[in-house]
Ligand binder design. Structure first.
Ligand code: 5AD
Ligand code: SF4
Length: 421
């Protein structure tokens, strides 16, 4: 979502006559778009922003601007840690950035109030790459998962006007984009002007030029029969879902206020894979949540084994000030949390590798992305179910081409394919 926001801001600034600098030393403005989800993300952002201090000493006119969730979370306090920065701008004020950095508001430092009405209707992000783009259809979140800072830094859920979304898709395909990724904190809860997430997906799929539709991240609570049926029957919607589990223990899920049980979660995977066993499911899991016992953690490992995720982002619980679970005393030490995390990673890595192995021998359509970073004679593309495939082109290829490949080797987790056509 931050990448999309950065592209949106780039578009707004371009409209105001600015260009992206090729070289950081030549820049007049440095924008840092930040994340607050875990403490580590904020520490990393502060370390990166600090690196701009010497540049500012060299170029007195340089302005350093902090954007995103940490801007909202820390606000004025950021000037204590980073006294050389010029503006702190939260996620509801991006439309005013040209005015803030160039004009009437140049003397104000902090812009972090929520604006319940700002859902960026009528603004379009710069195309992020020549064949694939993301579109934020929903901002903020109405859930209050007890560990999560997002609703406090991004505010309540705001859904973008469906006509605006369709216009953005149309504009994108006219520029040659064929893959669209819809973004939202609980994207499948989307509802606006009589449109549901399922009906929006159908409408997008009817636009000529759209070949692949992806979305991130759905919430397990917001699947109904209509949505599952669209996901299974609409051939343009890719067979990959990133569905955050967080924990496999019902006790912990309840404490996290996740609004589903492990059984419900597993039933969704079963439904999605019932027609296509290769339907990819990836997830997020937190280890060492406050109050997580050995037996709770065992349950997570059990669910992970049953779910057979294609991949997972695995995190160590990070208490965030302002959230409900921050108030609860932690009993687990950092070492214990780390140990659980490592155990989980080990089990999931084996499953990831098995899920890749299962792809051997399959014939897949690949969307070509770029030359491989290791060997420029080889290229990388992705399957419909979001697996990277390395292949040697048999003739000239360009990003955005679709090729048919036979998967004939698996190295580690990486699929290698032979081009058939
Ligand atoms: N600690 C650890 N991980 C967290 N996430 C969100 N909040 C926290 C936290 N306090 C993880 C969740 C979420 C992902 C984006 O970040 O797994 O799905
Ligand atoms: Fe955070 Fe929960 Fe909202 Fe996801 S659904 S952004 S984890 S509060």
């Amino acid at each position: 979502m931050n990448e999309y926001d950065s592209a949106l801001i780039a578009g707004l600034l371009e409209g105001a006559g600015l260009r992206i600098s090729k070289n950081i030393e030549e820049a007049d403005f440095l924008f840092y778009n930040t994340c607050s989800v875990r403490e580590k993300a904020e520490e990393t952002a502060i370390a990166k922003i600090s690196q701009s201090r010497p540049l500012k000493q060299k170029n007195k006119k340089l302005k350093v601007i902090v954007l995103g969730c940490m801007a909202k979370n820390k606000g004025e306090q950021l000037f204590e840690k980073l006294p050389f920065i010029d503006h702190v701008i939260g996620t509801d004020h991006y439309r005013q950035i040209p005015e803030i950095v160039l004009g009437a508001k140049a003397n104000e430092r902090v812009f972090t109030d929520f604006d319940e009405k700002e859902n960026y209707d009528g603004t379009y992000a710069q195309i992020q790459n020549p064949f694939s783009t993301s579109i934020t259809i929903q901002r903020g979140c109405n859930k209050r998962c007890s560990y999560c800072i997002v609703p406090y830094v991004r505010g309540n859920e705001k859904n973008k006007d469906p006509l605006d979304i369709l216009a953005e898709v149309q504009m994108s395909v006219e520029k040659g984009i064929s893959e669209i990724t819809l973004l939202g904190q609980t994207v499948n809860a989307y509802k606006k002007d009589g449109e549901t997430f399922a009906s929006l997906l159908e409408k997008i799929s009817e636009i000529n030029g759209v070949k692949r539709i992806r979305f991130v991240s759905p919430h397990p609570r917001h699947y109904d029969d209509e949505l599952i049926s669209v996901l299974q029957s609409n051939s343009k919607i890719c067979h990959h879902v990133h569905l955050p589990l967080q924990s496999g223990s019902d006790t912990i899920l309840k404490k996290m206020r996740r609004q589903y049980t492990a059984e419900h979660f597993l039933s969704l995977i079963e439904a999605l894979r019932s027609k296509d066993p290769f339907y990819a499911v990836t997830t997020d899991i937190i280890s060492g949540f406050v109050g997580e016992t050995d037996s709770d953690f065992e349950k997570t490992l059990e669910v992970v084994k049953q779910a057979q995720f294609d991949n997972a982002f695995m995190f160590i619980y990070s208490p965030r000030i302002g959230t409900e679970s921050y108030l609860e005393k932690e009993i687990l030490s950092q070492e214990q949390k780390l140990l659980r995390h490592q155990q989980l990673v080990e089990i999931q890595n084996q499953i990831t590798s098995n899920r890749s192995q299962n792809m051997l021998g399959r014939v897949e359509e690949i969307l070509v992305e770029r030359p491989s970073s290791k060997d420029p004679r080889e290229w990388m593309g992705k399957t419909d179910n979001f697996k990277k495939v390395i292949f040697k082109p048999t003739s000239t290829v360009s990003p955005g081409d679709y090729l048919t490949c036979k998967i004939n080797e698996i190295r580690g987790w990486t699929l290698r394919g032979e081009v058939l056509s």
